[in-house]
Design a binder for this molecule. Structure first.
Ligand code: CUA
Length: 344
């Protein structure tokens, strides 16, 4: 009788855990793995999930068995028999979860410690977050700075984060980790993150901290490529940004580094942000605003953001762009004016 009950419970538990395991394994819940750190995080995830499936199977099978076996008959209004505690059972259901929770914390601690490990031959990338765009620079590599992140595959990267205005949070789902970008007075207090990309491809960079009206659009791309392609990209970018480039290219670089495209449509830059007014209509808007020449209007709109607000928009543009170095600001204004004229 007793043995029969145990056999039934074990069969029930096996069926339930098989069904839940199938749901866990055969539905692709997670994005593709594209970093070494993600592999460790996924290991912790599946380790914890396996424990959860085991606990669920035990609880669900006992519940189903008890519900079927000890159901009161429809006309049975009598009280149940009084029961007392069962010391051995209570010790088991205290010790088993304790061991499981300790196991999860040990496995997590090991994975986290390994994920923070950084070999000496790594790449450094400084990440600047601001409403509502990301920009990336490569210290020690000619101060190259860009709005699209490029990384060589299989090279460990140390990201250091900084925010210009409010909290933002850096997340590439395929890399598996998040890190806050915090406005800090001292650069040495920047938050950091170690990522070793393992898979060539283009992945989204998503801001996961509600940071204002354009939060949902605060996205960029990370391109993971073979080291040779990465070096070629660096050379090309440096050429475009450095002294060899024309003012137009420099202006475009300023536009991209400062994430203008995150909020504005601008044909010449191929940007399609929808938070702020379209810069393709800059000329028409300058006429309507009637605040001096096109260049003067453009400069004022960058430096003194609240001076004129296009009807239908709110004043959400960050007022940090007035701090741009003069040559960058000049190049940006030039680039916008030329592009707006050409676009008509
Ligand atoms: Cu930045 Cu949300």
């Amino acid at each position: 009788m007793r043995r029969g009950a145990i056999v039934q419970l074990v069969v029930l538990a096996a069926l339930i855990s098989a069904a839940v395991t199938a749901i866990a394994v055969f539905i692709p819940w997670l994005p593709v793995q594209a970093s070494e750190q993600r592999e460790r995080i996924d290991f912790v995830f599946w380790f914890t999930t396996a424990i959860c499936i085991f606990i669920f199977a035990v609880v669900a099978s006992v519940s189903v068995y008890a519900g079927v076996k000890f159901r009161a008959k429809p006309d049975d209004d009598s009280d149940g028999k009084p029961t007392h505690g069962h010391t051995r059972l209570e010790i088991i259901w205290t010790v088993v979860p304790l061991v499981l929770v300790i196991a999860i914390s040990v496995v997590s601690a090991v994975a986290l410690a390994q994920n923070e490990r950084l070999p000496s031959n790594h790449l450094k990338v400084d990440v600047t977050a601001q409403q509502f765009a990301w920009s990336f620079s490569y210290p020690g590599r000619g101060d190259l700075s860009t709005g699209e992140l490029h990384l060589p595959v299989d090279v460990p990267v140390e990201f250091r984060f900084e925010a210009r205005d409010v909290l933002h949070s850096f997340w590439v789902p395929q890399f598996g980790q998040k890190q806050d970008a915090v406005p800090v007075a001292e650069r040495k207090n920047r938050t950091r993150l170690v990522v070793t990309p393992t898979r060539v491809g283009t992945y989204p960079i998503i801001c996961t901290e509600l940071c204002g009206l354009g939060h949902a659009l605060m996205r960029a791309n990370v391109v993971v490529e073979r080291p040779a392609a990465f070096r070629r990209w660096m050379r090309e970018r440096r050429g475009a940004q450095g002294g060899g480039g024309t003012a137009r290219l420099a202006g475009r670089a300023v536009y991209e580094q400062n994430g203008c495209g995150g909020c504005h449509v601008f044909g010449p830059a191929g940007s399609a942000g929808r938070v702020g007014p379209s810069l393709d209509r800059l000329e028409a808007e300058a006429r309507r605003a009637n605040r001096g020449s096109l260049a003067a209007f453009t400069r004022e709109s960058i430096v003194n953001v609240g001076a004129y607000i296009e009807p239908g928009y709110q004043n959400v543009m960050p007022n940090t762009f007035g701090q741009l170095p003069k040559d960058q600001l000049d190049a940006l204004v030039d680039y916008l004016v030329q592009g707006a004229r050409k676009g008509g």
